[in-house]
Ligand binder design. Structure first.
Ligand SMILES: N[C@@H](CCC[C@H](N)C(=O)O)C(=O)O
Length: 301
């Protein structure tokens, strides 16, 4: 089965997302298609969010997530906001429930155009993150890079937000660190048997953080939503902030923050923007694509 499907090039705070409409099809976007699309500067992306027909009663869609290297991801916060915006402009609806391999996500588009996604509950158990060593307290694990007596980065907070995260606490701007060099080492560190998303987080007040992320399977990204959730939860968990924080994503092209609330019921709600760029058609097996004629978002729908 191979015929073209609709897709939209979107972004969530600069995180490059391809939203692909796989409804009505039984197959999945192939890793080969992902790699081919990422190889073209026009369609280069961080994640593909493939919208499939729902598999579960009470949900609107099953979302399959691929990183730009063709691997699967269990969660993508910025991409989920993009899916909400795409489906909201298609249907006029504001509230959606999605199924992913990591669980159920409830999401809502607000009047001001921002979108909230309930990303579910954080997971702290070492073997569920997963880590390869047992830690009773994963809010500060033994891991460092750099000289033994003067580490450059050390003692991250580890957790899963559906996908594995390590948050390193730093005392200056995340842009001052050579994350391009340290990112691959840490992503692939033996401590993380399923690799990890690596975030540098600077606490800027009791209710704000500034972050930058090296993403598993995608590398240096302009923004990462699940990492913002991990940073917000880890900051509250370690007493650095309260449970409601704004995240200034240092590498994002806009200073619009992500708002993270770790609710009393343990759910993590992320609120932020999503932006449509252009639409086209792709072959989800090979990744060949064509761009639609110049159009506004309204005309696409
Ligand atoms: N950009 C995403 C995270 C994508 C998944 C990640 N690279 C992984 O493999 O876990 C976000 O906004 O959350």
């Amino acid at each position: 089965m191979s015929q073209q499907v609709e897709f939209a090039k979107m972004n969530g705070l600069g995180n490059k997302i391809l939203v692909v409409d796989m409804r009505g099809r039984k197959d999945m976007v192939t890793p080969q298609a992902a790699i081919a699309l990422n190889g073209d500067p026009e369609t280069q992306f961080d994640q593909i969010m493939a919208i499939h027909d729902p598999k579960l009663d009470g949900t609107d869609a099953f979302i399959d997530i691929l990183n730009c290297d063709g691997t699967k991801a269990q969660a993508c916060g910025n991409g989920t906001r993009c899916v909400v915006q795409a489906l909201a402009s298609e249907t006029g609806r504001k509230v959606f429930t999605f199924q992913t391999v990591a669980g159920i996500l409830n999401a809502r588009e607000h009047e001001d155009g921002t979108i909230s996604v309930d990303m579910g509950k954080p997971v702290f158990a070492w073997d569920k993150i997963p880590l390869s060593e047992e830690f009773f307290d994963t809010s500060r694990i033994e891991l460092q890079i750099g000289p033994i007596d003067a580490p450059i980065l050390h003692s991250p907070s580890a957790m899963s937000m559906g996908n594995p995260h390590a948050v390193f606490w730093i005392d200056r701007d995340p842009m001052d660190f050579d994350l391009e060099r340290f990112g691959p080492m840490l992503e692939n560190h033996p401590m993380f048997p399923e690799k990890a998303n690596i975030t540098l987080a600077q606490v800027t007040s009791k209710s704000s953080l500034r972050t930058r992320t090296w993403e598993r399977g995608a590398g240096l990204t302009l923004a990462c939503g699940s990492a913002a959730c991990a940073a917000g939860v880890s900051a509250a968990r370690t007493g650095r902030t309260g449970r409601h924080v704004t995240i200034d994503v240092a590498s994002a092209p806009t200073r619009q923050p992500l708002v993270i609330e770790w609710r009393e019921d343990d759910h993590v709600v992320m609120t932020g923007p999503a932006e449509w760029e252009w639409s086209g058609k792709i072959d989800p097996v090979t990744g060949t694509f064509e761009r639609d004629a110049e159009q506004s978002e309204a005309q696409v729908r």
